[in-house]
Design a binder for this molecule. Structure first.
Ligand code: ADP
Ligand code: ZN
Ligand code: ZN
Length: 734
């Protein structure tokens, strides 16, 4: 006889910014599995919580423990491994455990919603007599429209397809169902019913790398694939994915947010049919949940997604790929702060499987790790196509009058390439028409009311916009300070460049790609279609065009505004600039014609600019690394940043002073330096003042000892809406 009357207590994670878990009494008669969601009484209301563990005793007063309200899941939403991973993330990144755990769930499940099967419902048409059809056609054109579409499809239509026809499809479908004109079936995505593209024959370097890596595909290891742009890294990933699929294993394939272009999706589809699913921020919560569910149930074997797809569950994960591993979009900078590359490596270690990082411009962290033999380095320094990546050339713009940011020589070069039927890519990482509006009578400038930032002129919408908080105001007809009528704009954004180049090259399509023109992924795809056709055109864009794309007709890449980064306050600016320049220049010469790459600069004598012409990325990275070593900066030190934001700077500073005084008690004993608190680089943002306190050391163990000793006290430093504080472990800035 089981003792089903003995009390039982559960420890729960709840998504609130507190460093604690919560105890509730469980119903002793029902089985309680870790990873299951419950509805819990909390404060005056209720919240969903995930059961972490249960036991027959509690350290709290049993009388005071409230019982759970309801169990929400039949089966766990998080498995034991994910619970462990989330514990590690909370511990390493010093984040509230409940928030971390909920972050591991798809957003759809972070509420009290029920789990849904991974299957998709489809509607099929029933046999219909002519008379009924005629009635529907006459009385209800909307029903008729959907019915015709459903009848026309052989496999039936799913919700997404119906919605594309009529956004209010649901009511219409219900009406058709009630007339029994259509019926629904559950459709499980089936595998391998398409014509797949065979893999190309690998070149010698690719084969060697695949062979070397294949030998490392069982057990934990980190493989770093350092391959110049266009060297066929994606092909290497595909081969290794195939090997893991052949072993009945699943693969998570991470790409940066903007790297998930239709081009990559098409390539994966051509090779792996419908054995993959995708997940990115452009999808609805439900769609992302369905992708997560399909992967978890094993209906598909590849999860192709952005940062948070790393937390996809699998019973048979065999490989995690992190493409463009240097990309800063892998670092989450709001909510829970973590770095997806580093968590991926930890996850691989826990599961004893390989992690594969790839990039043409590996991060200094990863290069350092491969030097120290933590990562195994593989190199591809040739393109399988006809020409090597172009060498960067500088265009000196000193003493020149520029036309919308372009030197006469640049315009001439563009013309040459277009005349030779090439496509030209121009990189300008500044959207809008002009970054600054000013009155030159009184010196008035357009500043954001909520941020320490200038408003950017956007001419198409006739607004001044803040790129940090979204604040918008109409363009004033005259200076708001002195009334002078001639306010002027300065500097050049993509909108202006597009307009001017279209005037200069009237016959050539000019395609602009930035966040203003490309809101949905679908639009990006349509825009890029023109490039696919391979006809001469000009492509202008921000970082959205810098990576991932493979357009063989591009014969020239230009970086227009590199100079800013030379004088940035961030110690990472030079690394970022060099990566961007190599990535952008690497878009060119991928096809049957050689490419050229130019950087316009007013500082051709700057050592970094000079090195661009003479050295490889690896050589430049090595010298930036030795500078960092000298300065004791990451990757030779670890940075832990405490950040606070408040309605006044003083409040934010005070909060960090409070934290500093707790740390001070230990930092001196360990010989660590605490820098700050100081106001953040951009102090006011979205109406809040921001400050930071930095703890940096070459000795991670010391750093963690100080924190371990201080955290219990720091956790008690209250965070309210008026003064919020948070921790950023391995912060990217200083
Ligand atoms: P990367 O990811 O390194 O930038 P890709 O994998 O996109 O490079 O490859 C660049 C181009 O070369 C693509 O068009 C790809 O189809 C082609 N390619 C890659 N490997 C081969 C190969 N072995 N033979 C022929 N073409 C290849
Ligand atoms: Zn004025
Ligand atoms: Zn603003």
């Amino acid at each position: 006889m089981s003792q089903n009357s003995s009390p039982c207590y559960g420890v729960f994670a709840i998504a609130i910014p507190l460093y604690s878990t919560f105890d509730y009494a469980l119903d002793a008669n029902s089985k309680s599995q870790p990873g299951v969601r419950y509805r819990l009484p909390f404060g005056k209301g209720q919240k969903p919580g995930v059961l972490i563990s249960s036991s027959e005793s509690t350290s709290l007063d049993p009388q005071k423990i409230k019982p759970v309200l309801e169990v929400l899941d039949q089966s766990p939403v998080l498995d034991a491994h994910m619970l462990e991973l989330s514990r590690w993330v909370a511990d390493y990144y010093l984040q509230p455990p409940g928030e971390v755990l909920f972050q591991c769930l798809p957003k759809y499940l972070r509420s009290q919603r029920q789990q849904k099967p991974a299957r998709v419902k489809r509607w099929l048409a029933n046999e219909l007599d002519a008379e009924s059809r005629e009635t529907i056609e006459r009385r209800s054109p909307r029903q008729h429209e959907l019915l015709s579409a459903i009848e026309y499809s052989t496999a039936g239509l799913d919700a997404a397809q119906l919605k594309a026809i009529n956004p209010n499809w649901h009511g219409v479908v219900l009406a058709l169902e009630s007339k029994q004109v259509i019926r629904s079936v559950w459709h499980k995505p089936d595998v391998d019913d398409q014509l797949l593209q065979p893999a190309p024959e690998l070149n010698e370097q690719q084969s060697r790398v695949v062979e070397e890596m294949s030998r490392q595909m069982t057990g934990f290891s980190v493989q770093l694939l350092d391959g110049v742009t266009g060297s066929g890294k994606t092909e290497v990933y595909f081969q290794l994915i195939q090997q893991q699929l052949d072993r009945q294993q699943q693969v998570i394939y991470l790409v940066p947010e903007i790297g998930l272009t239709s081009q990559l999706v098409e390539r994966v589809k051509a090779r792996f049919g419908n054995r993959f699913t995708i997940s990115h921020s452009g999808l609805t919560d439900l769609m992302r949940y369905q992708a997560w569910q399909q992967f978890r149930e094993g209906d598909v074997d590849i999860m192709l997604g952005t940062r948070s797809s790393l937390f996809s569950q699998s019973q048979r994960l065999g490989l995690i790929i992190i493409d463009e591993e240097h990309d800063s979009s892998y670092k989450q900078e709001d909510g829970i702060r973590y770095h997806a590359r580093d968590v991926a490596i930890k996850r691989a270690q826990m599961l004893d499987i390989p992690a594969l990082l790839g990039s043409a411009t590996p991060s200094l962290e990863s290069l350092n790790n491969s030097e120290r033999e933590h990562y195994r380095l593989h190199q591809l320094n040739q393109r399988p196509t006809a020409f090597p990546p172009p060498t960067v050339q500088l265009m000196d713009t000193r003493h020149l009058k520029l036309d919308t940011g372009c030197s006469p020589r640049l315009l001439q070069k563009i013309k040459q390439h277009l005349d030779a039927n090439g496509q030209v890519l121009l990189y300008l990482n500044r959207r809008g028409f002009a970054p600054m509006v000013m009155c030159h009578e009184c010196g008035w400038q357009s500043h954001c009311q909520h941020c320490d930032a200038r408003l950017t002129l956007h001419q198409t919408v006739q607004r001044l916009l803040c790129h940090h908080c979204g604040f918008a105001q109409p363009v004033p007809p005259a200076c708001p300070e002195c009334g002078h009528a001639g306010i002027k704009h300065y500097g050049i954004g993509t909108e202006q460049l597009e307009q001017r180049l279209q005037q200069l090259f009237t016959e050539t399509p000019v395609i602009r790609i930035d966040r203003d023109v490309v809101s949905g992924r679908h639009q990006l795809a349509t825009k890029l279609e023109a490039l696919n056709r391979g006809e001469p055109c000009l492509l202008i864009g921000t970082q959205m065009i810098a990576k991932g794309h493979d357009y063989p007709a591009i014969t020239m890449s230009v970086i227009l505004d590199a100079d800013q980064a030379l004088f940035s306050a961030s110690y990472r600016a030079s690394e970022g600039l060099v990566q961007t320049i190599f990535q952008v220049s690497g878009r060119s010469g991928r096809g049957q014609r050689a490419g050229e790459a130019y950087v316009q600069t007013r500082f051709p004598e700057h050592p970094l600019m000079k090195s661009l012409m003479q050295q490889s990325y690896r050589e430049i990275a090595a010298s930036i690394l030795s500078e960092r070593r000298l300065l004791g900066f990451p990757p030779y030190a670890r940075v832990i940043m405490f950040r606070a934001d408040a309605l006044s700077l003083q409040q934010a500073m005070n909060k960090l002073e409070e934290i500093r005084s707790i740390l001070d008690a230990r930092t001196s004993a360990y010989g660590l330096r605490c820098i700050g608190p100081i106001p953040a680089l951009m102090t006011r943002r979205i109406g809040r003042y921001r400050a930071q306190l930095c703890l940096m050391s070459a000795d991670l163990r010391k750093l963690r000892s100080v924190l371990r000793a201080s955290m219990p006290e720091i956790e008690n430093v209250t965070s309210t809406h008026s003064v919020k504080w948070m921790i950023d472990v391995d912060a990217l800035d200083l």
